[in-house]
Every structure is written in structure tokens, then in C-alpha cells.
Ligand binder design. Sequence first.
Ligand code: NAI
Length: 328
Amino acid sequence: TRTPVNVTVTGAAGQIGYALLFRIASGHLLGQDVPVKLRLLEIPQGVKAAEGTAMELDDCAFPLLQGIDIFDDPNKGFEGANIGLLVGARPRGPGMERGDLLAANGGIFKPQGKAINDHAADDVKVLVVGNPANTNALIAQAAAPDVPAERFTAMTRLDHNRALSQLSQKTGVPVSEIKKLTIWGNHSATQYPDIFHATVAGKNAAEVVNDEKWLAEDFIPTVAKRGAAIIDARGASSAASAANAAIDHIYSWVNGTPEGDWVSMGIPSDGSYGVPEGLISSFPVTTKDGKYEIVQGLDINEFSRARIDASVKELEEERAAVRELGLI
Ligand code: NAI
């Protein structure tokens, strides 16, 4: 029998946590043959609700779930963690400026990065979901100098999945036949969903769509502003779809991408495609044996270049702001 994988989830008592934990425990994060131990990290006020969720997890009698522990101390929560899902974050409150938001999140992600550095397993893989995800990942990474930088990633898979679904609806082709779509840049309204290299039932997606106005005025803003549209409709932010994307992100990273396709991940840039080194920006990646690689050699047209650059500029501004705050 295999040794269980330790999965630490922060913000476990939140709405994404509630949608996420049951799918981890039922084997969707890593695979149906991989036992897991859950380590739930909350703030003290969240512990009781996390205990309630743990009771429900017990009541599912999941065969792969080999234990649940609950913590309010990151040093304990990340002990032995093989996978860290950093979901809990400080939301933007009324009248809060970007600097305040970044500072408040620095107070969460810096100590968590340090706890990962000091206590996680050597093979730890980290996904930051909590917003602003890319820059929170940068903060955690900077606090973990002993962990290889590439282990810190940010989630743009929800954006990727949203784009797949929109393109499927436009073309009438099922998502299973859409490949090589890319989200570039920041997980924010400046993100750029790129269909110029995507294929729809084997044909170039941009040519199948053949409608630049739809691309610029419908597709891109619909994907980029989907989070706000969900809040409008549901009265609460995306939770199950965000949890699903977190599952997809880790599953792809650990188990590999299929031949002839790729996924989008927010990862530290190596300078590819003119994205300054070290920024945690979304790229097209393939994965194999638990490692990812940026897809190289894609031709970036003028339409794409301007949009990638705008999103990357925003990431540079966020990096400058957290530098100024002494968070990295
Ligand atoms: P929520 O407010 O329902 O839950 C957040 C939980 O985190 C709360 O239980 C809170 O007690 C906990 N928490 C706060 N600080 C913590 C800390 N220092 N350590 C451990 N736990 C802590 O929020 P929800 O809906 O679950 O969303 C979580 C985050 O995910 C938000 O930042 C949201 O903006 C982000 N998000 C990101 C998406 C993406 O695509 N990257 C998509 C959707 C949401």
C-alpha cells in the first residue's frame, strides 16, 4: 500500500474549502489509487467550522482518506505537506486601497511561506488560490528560499476552464475537442485568454471563429469578468468552479498533460515571451513526471502582444508595491 500524501488546505472553512475538501478526499486531486491525509489550516475563528466540515468528511467514509487534522498555526499546518493549497486570503473590504490589500495578504502569505520553508516535505508543491493569487504566490515564495522557486504557482486554471467553455458555446464543439488554449498574465481583469494557437476539432480556433470583434468585445471580457458576473448572479463568489480548477491544476501538475494539449498555470517566469524573470505569470505549460515546462516557440501576433504586455505590466506594478512594503 502507498504512503498517504499530506495535503494542507488553508481557508478550509471557507466556501471554496467546502467544495474542495470532499473532492480531494474522494481521490480527484491525485488519483483514485493515492491515499491522502488532510491538514486543514484556519484562523482561530474558523476552527470550529472546519471541525464541522471534518465531521462530514468522516461521515463520507472515503476509502482514500487516512486522516484529518485541524490547525490554527501555519508551522503545524504545513508540517510534512506534500501539497499546499493556499486558499484562505484577505478579501478587499470597503474603502480598502490596493496597498492595504497587499499588506493584509502579506501578513498571511509571508508566514505561510516561511512555514512551508521550515516544515513542508522536500517535494512540496504549492498552489495559491487566494487573491491576488499571483502576487500572494510571489510573497510566499520569497519567504521560502530553501524551496525551489518553481514549486510556487498561482491559479489561472479557472480562467482557462471558463475560456474553454465560452469557446465551446461559440463554436458548438464540445470542450473535449478544444485544445491548446492559453491564459497569459495575471489572474485579474487584465488576463489574456488566447485562442490563436487553440484548436477546435483539430482546426485553428481563431480561423474557425473568424470574428475579431467577438474576440475583443465579447470573449475576452466575458472570460476576464466572469468572476464578477458570478457574484452578481449567485450573490457569492465562484466556489465550486474555483475548487474544481484547483483540483485540475494539481492533477495536471502531478499526473501530466495529455499529448497534443497543454494547460495554463501561473508560474515563475524564466523570461520566456518577454515576461520579466521571476514574475509569477500565467503561461501555456505541459507537464510530465511532476514537472512543468513552458510551451516554447509560439508566434505571438500584435493583438496578443499588446494584451500580454498590459497584464504583465500590472504584475510588475504589484511586484513593485510588495517590494516597497518589504514583503519580498
Ligand atoms: P471565504 O471567505 O469563504 O473563505 C476564506 C477562508 O479563509 C475563511 O474561512 C477564513 O477564516 C480563512 N482564512 C483567512 N485567513 C486565513 C489564514 N491566515 N490562514 C488560514 N485560513 C485563513 O472565501 P472563498 O470564497 O473560499 O475564497 C477564498 C479565496 O479564493 C479568496 O481570496 C478569493 O478571492 C479567491 N478566489 C480565487 C480564484 C482564482 O481563480 N484564483 C477564484 C475564486 C476565488
